[in-house]
Design a protein around this ligand. Structure first.
Ligand SMILES: [Zn+2]
Length: 307
């Protein structure tokens, strides 16, 4: 074999090895780091909720606002390149005479060409609900959760009902392309809390930074005793918790800039919680199968029942 050919083949071989390793690292690898840890004491949350008297939500409604589609491996690393639905939701906790909104989805303009479906009527119902609820909380500062708030036509009137946290407002770059209009947040007093915070009868926030600095889960105890835990995007799909695998590193490191170890700790804590307390409905940020199952069992109700 001529020397030049030998060198070319060796170089090509080395390139293939490097490319293979990079592919594995960025697209497939998803082992639980040994230092992943997240303290989640559900009984402490329950005790905090029990200490706040008052009517709890009688029902929990969901609106499906639109849907993205991602390759499976973007959601659960190593799951391949087949398309998976990533539906975008807003939830409403209905009390006698009042209500609370969890997450505000995004409008069609913010979603741009990435949306494969968008339900303008559902979005309009959510927008009307936002003007009427007593509280609005968001699980985290990404545009598909905070976007509907930032573009609300009566934002100045809606803002006093919101409980945005200090961490959620500290990183406006995480919300892009969603952004609050210039000057509107001047003087806004963000919510500051440590680990858990009860914000209404039957509702507690659980601080869970990792996916974003401002990520939190929302624990809900209905009047009939049913419990839900809204996870935000700690997990996009329930499968992340089931198989204890994160999104592909290409997503977490380069697009989302996640604290991957923190998210792994949360996935492990949720996995343990589900084993210990299978009746608590874990609601990932974008899992159509889970939401449809909860609709069938009556734990969730389809659509915001507002005029
Ligand atoms: Zn999301």
């Amino acid at each position: 074999m001529p020397v030049w050919l030998r060198r070319t083949l060796v170089t090509l071989g080395a390139l293939v090895v490097v490319a293979g390793a990079a592919y594995y690292w960025l697209i497939v690898e998803s082992r639980m780091p040994s230092d992943a840890d997240f303290p989640l004491d559900i009984n402490q949350v329950r005790r905090a909720v029990a200490a706040v008297p008052g009517d709890k939500p009688g029902s929990v409604e969901v609106e499906l606002i639109g849907s993205f589609q991602f390759p499976a491996t973007a959601i659960v690393a190593g799951d391949g390149w087949g398309p998976r639905d990533v539906p975008v939701y807003s939830f409403r906790l209905v009390y006698p005479g009042t209500s609370i909104l969890i997450d505000t989805a995004l409008n069609e303009e913010l979603g741009g060409g990435n949306l494969v479906t968008f339900d303008a009527e559902a979005y309009a119902r959510m927008e009307r609900a936002m003007a009427a609820v007593s509280l609005i909380v968001i699980t985290h500062e990404h545009m598909d959760h905070i976007g509907g708030l930032t573009v609300h036509p009566e934002l100045a009137a809606v803002l006093p009902s919101t409980k945005l946290t200090r961490e959620q407002l500290a990183h406006p770059e995480r919300s892009l392309p969603a952004r609050f209009p210039e000057g509107l947040l001047e003087g806004y007093q963000p919510l500051d809390y440590e680990q858990y915070r009860v914000i209404a009868p039957g509702v507690a926030l659980i601080k869970a930074p990792g996916h974003t600095p401002g990520s939190q889960m929302v624990y809900v105890q209905k009047a009939n005793g049913e419990e839900l835990l809204f996870l935000g995007d700690v997990a996009w799909h329930y499968r992340n918790i089931e198989v204890l695998r994160e999104r592909a590193r290409l997503m977490t490191q380069f697009f989302l800039k996640e604290d991957r170890t923190a998210v792994f700790g949360q996935l492990a804590a949720l996995h343990r919680l589900h084993e210990a307390e299978p009746d608590i409905a874990l609601v990932p940020g974008h899992d159509g199968g889970i939401v449809n199952g909860l609709l069938e069992s009556g734990i969730l109700k389809q659509g915001f029942a507002i005029e």
